[in-house]
Ligand binder design. Structure first.
Ligand code: FES
Length: 97
């Protein structure tokens, strides 16, 4: 799966990652974890100290323009674009609450 991620700061722009995600099985959070663990540890997203169960609401991102919770939303398609929500961006996919 091709995953494009909108970055901010030094990496300003859109980065492209190739991720071996399984459609309808991997969550968006699984994809972000894979990128952070295997491809680019500098990726900014909410991961630690959050619930990972769709409760806290801190992991919101936009997938192909649609706001979702990364921890509960399954990936679909061959090509996805991940962007921060419309709140003020702190870094990459991390926004102010
Ligand atoms: S991590 Fe809490 S809602 Fe996703």
């Amino acid at each position: 799966m091709k995953v494009r991620v909108r970055r901010s700061g030094e990496k300003n722009g859109i980065d492209l990652f190739q991720v071996p995600a399984v459609e309808n099985q991997w969550t968006v959070m699984d994809v972000l974890d894979y990128i952070a663990l295997n491809l680019d540890p500098s990726l900014g997203y909410y991961r630690h100290s959050v619930c990972n169960q769709g409760v806290c609401g801190r992991c919101g991102v936009k997938v192909n323009g649609r706001p979702v919770l990364a921890c509960t939303s399954k990936v679909q398609g061959e090509d996805i674009l991940l962007e921060p929500l419309n709140n003020r961006v702190i870094r990459d996919l991390i926004v102010e609450p």
